[in-house]
Design a protein around this ligand. Sequence first.
Ligand SMILES: [Zn+2]
Length: 168
Amino acid sequence: MSNLNLQYPIFGAEILCPHCQQTISAITLTDSYLCQRHGAFEVEPNTNDLVHLSSNRRWRQWDGQWYRQHTHPDGIRFEIHEALDRLHSQGYQATKVIIAGRYQQIITAYLRRGGNSWHSETLKLYGLPVEFSSDASTDSCWDVINFNLEKDQQQRSSKRQGYFHNFE
Ligand SMILES: [Zn+2]
């Protein structure tokens, strides 16, 4: 390991900005990266979360990709909605959504408020059964990623119209 690495934050001399996916540089001898368009991002020392200083949004990295860390169910719902739309436009049908266990509390509270019965065994989101990842061991992708969609193995006719209407 060269001494040069010590000058940089933990993700190295350059990262992709989580907002615009442009390569952005570390500020030497700090824990920060600076995007020309989006300003400063700082690595939080204890968690290695990347924090956008002006919005307090945070990301974790898995396999070279940033995953936004949510504090509100709407953010996760929106991501799942987008992923379902993408899956459907590829000709697949989702059968189940598995959400990271660290969101279990806020998602469960949200879904129950939205009419899922307290007595119902199965919580549903966009008509799909919801499960939560079992307690993440350290070094698991479930500490980082937000959800995973299970899908039909069979690909249907692709390139149909999006399953959902766009939000615009
Ligand atoms: Zn940017």
